[in-house]
Design a protein around this ligand. Structure first.
Ligand code: GLA
Ligand code: ZN
Length: 670
């Protein structure tokens, strides 16, 4: 799929800040030359250029940007053009203090930093609109410009009076009456019933902290506010050229906003990926980032762009380790394997000063084009060129799907029970994902929105689906009735979409489907012992959470081994309609999940990227019929190929026994 019809090619390049180098035309000229050498074809510009674009209120200067874009275009480099709303000039903060964000202690920030505007402020929205409209009028039809990059890494909350009033307005729209709001939030608790809308304020450490439902609504509101801000930017730029698509760069495991919802407001999802490689367990890291990539692909059910990654190291982690040889190509190819149409970096050239002066870049302060990093980047550029034949090929449709829902995430984290404050939703889901990823099975992510359609899947997994909407419970029931396989875990179907506990037993409305009723939830200390014993005698350790289920027709497949619930079921299966439903009552370790999913994948005949048995730490991921074979084990591994393949990266034939180096990657076609 191409998002950039003017340039239907894997994009290679990244954030470029020529506005930091305007007094060095020699460097700007040299940049274009070096981009060619690095096989860079696209740069993102203007992300933080507001102070150069509008040096005084209402005084615009596009001359330098004209020159930059023309210079790039003459050199054959394409441009992703940003709107500069991620950071404001000082004059704006001084003249219109309302654009500055207010924190949850009701202090208004002073000028500084970035990503810290009030997203409600009508002044800010107007200034952004005026800027965006002008940028679009000038550049939306420029042949070099292939995509809009809206703002940057939108994030956070503002507690100013404007935002408080907007929150109340959003709540009025949602609930209509204060009685409904009071009921949904269970405000009779601690005498919190509201008698007038004006009493409602955003939750926070200086205000309400005990009303879970309110917190969840506050997050939904913040998502809505960000989405409308972003869509106003989209309208501004697309009012000039509706064909030119917009993206906004998202982040990993980002809890603040509901990304499924936010993604509806953009044409293309892109994201910024910064795994901490070589910090112990690269397999775990790779499993986590594979899931991030698949989530990004799933938000709009289409390929995505890797908007930022580092060519070498970052500078904001506690330990900023270099990528070891091979890792740059390997991690870049991982993104492609999961559906990326680009490998883009932060940043092209290291700046001389300020906070990011030591952040990894393609070009270092020494300005050389023969460094290890420059060569690694060039290698990725060439790899993307050799993979162009699969540019239009998407991953084969997944037959397995994991439900990941943002409201559920918030609800879990606000609920005070179990491993309070540490329920690890993302990490727990990642363990389920990892089992399938290691098997080479394609996986989609979906949430509980009405638009979710489960009919393409054979397997739907609901890890910790604590907040279960009535309509989604119905969807799961129909899915199983029609022949689907459902796997649901402990801590599911407990509360409704307001965060109010369902009455009448959990998992709500699915007890007959699962053949199981959840009773008590036990939380374990790290030193506590528990395990799951399968019928074939294999035993797998359990940590953190154990639920005690009561059988209502399901067959027990695994039993608890310890404590007062020893010999009670921990893994069950029930047939329902034409399908079946598994219930996993405890947090079994990875090996236990691997065992469960190996059986399910066999039973359902889920397609795998490769038939070959791969050594530990070697992963196969399918995209458009090509197999991305990735070695995350940290050492060389011997692979035994049963078929003859061609490695698209090298053009070489491979068959029989083959040694993959540490951090090695191949893209194999038959
Ligand atoms: C984020 C930002 C970039 C830059 C990088 C550094 O992703 O979007 O502007 O700060 O981090 O890693
Ligand atoms: Zn505000």
């Amino acid at each position: 799929m191409t998002f950039t019809p003017k340039f239907p090619t894997f994009l290679h390049g990244g954030d470029y800040n020529p506005d930091q180098w305007l007094d060095r035309p020699d460097i700007l000229d040299r940049d274009v030359e070096m981009m060619h050498k690095a096989h860079v074809n696209t740069v993102s510009i203007g992300i933080f250029s507001w102070a150069r674009l509008e040096p005084e209120d209402g005084v615009y200067d596009f001359s330098w940007l004209d020159e930059v874009i023309d210079r790039l275009w003459k050199g054959g480099i394409h441009v992703i053009l940003a709107t500069p709303s991620g950071a404001r000039p000082a004059w704006m903060a001084q003249k219109y203090p309302e654009v500055l964000r207010v924190n949850d202690h009701y202090q208004r920030y002073h000028f500084g930093g970035r990503h810290n505007h009030c997203i409600t402020s009508p002044v800010y929205r107007r200034k952004v609109y005026e800027m965006d409209k002008r940028l679009a009028e000038r550049y939306a039809n420029h042949p070099a410009v292939i995509l809009w990059h809206l703002s940057n890494e939108m994030s956070g909350h503002c507690y100013c009076d404007l935002c408080q009033e907007a929150f109340r307005g959003w709540l009025k729209d949602k609930y209509g009456t204060l009685d409904k709001l009071n009921d949904a939030w269970w405000t009779s608790f601690w005498a919190h019933r509201y008698t007038d809308w004006s009493q409602v304020e955003a939750p926070g450490p200086m205000a309400e902290t005990s009303t879970n439902g309110m917190y969840i609504d506050w997050r939904r509101f913040a998502t809505h506010q960000c989405k409308t801000f972003m869509m106003a930017e989209r309208d501004a730029v697309q009012s000039v050229n509706p064909e030119l698509k917009v993206t906004a760069n998202l982040m990993e495991r980002f809890w603040d906003y509901d990304y499924f919802d936010l993604a509806e407001g953009m044409d293309v999802v892109s994201w910024d990926s910064y795994p901490m490689w070589h910090s112990g367990d690269d397999m775990a890291r790779a499993a986590e980032f594979a899931m991030n990539h698949d989530m990004m692909r799933s938000f709009k059910d289409q390929p995505f762009l890797l908007m930022e990654s580092t060519p070498s190291q970052v500078n904001w982690k506690p330990v900023n380790k270099l990528k070891r040889p091979g890792m740059h190509l390997l991690s870049s190819m991982q993104a492609l394997a999961h559906g990326s149409q680009s490998v883009l970096y932060f940043q092209w050239r290291k700046g001389r000063g300020a906070a990011e002066q030591f952040h990894g870049a393609v070009v270092d302060h020494d300005g050389r084009d023969d460094t290890r990093v420059f060569k690694d980047v060039t290698q990725v550029g060439k790899a993307l060129e050799s993979l162009q034949p699969i540019y239009d090929r998407e991953k084969s449709p997944a037959q397995a799907c994991i439900i990941y829902d943002w409201s559920n995430w918030w609800a879990i984290d606000y609920a005070q029970t179990g491993q309070s404050q540490n329920m690890k939703y993302f990490d727990s889901v990642n363990m389920h994902y990892r089992s399938l990823w290691e098997l080479g099975v394609n996986v989609d992510f979906r949430d509980e929105r009405e638009c979710t359609d489960l009919s393409q899947y054979k397997l739907v997994i609901c890890p910790m689906l604590f907040m279960l909407k009535e309509s989604f419970a119905d969807k799961l029931r129909v899915f199983v009735e029609n022949g689907g396989t459902l796997l649901m875990t402990y801590f599911s179907g407990v509360v409704d979409e307001s965060g109010l506990a369902w009455l009448g037993g959990a998992p709500h409305n699915l007890i007959d489907v699962l053949g199981v009723r959840a009773t008590e939830l036990d939380a374990l200390f790290p030193e506590d012992k528990q395990a799951m014993l399968l019928a074939d005698g294999r035993s797998f350790p359990i940590h953190e959470l154990c639920e005690i289920p009561e059988l209502h027709g399901a067959k027990s497949l695994g039993l608890y081994e310890e404590d007062f619930y020893a010999a009670m079921p921990c893994l069950t299966r029930n047939t329902f309609g034409k399908g079946q439903a598994y219930y996993l009552a405890a947090k079994v370790e990875q090996a236990g999940l691997d065992a469960i999913y190996a059986d399910i994948a066999d039973e359902l005949d889920l397609p795998r990227a490769m038939q070959e048995t791969l050594p530990e730490g070697v992963i196969a991921t399918e995209r458009g019929g090509a197999v991305f074979l990735q070695n995350y084990s940290g050492k060389a591994q011997q692979v035994a190929f049963e078929n003859k393949y061609t490695d698209m990266l090298t053009g070489r034939q491979v068959e029989g026994e083959y040694i993959m180096p540490a951090n090695g990657v191949m893209v194999l076609v038959r």
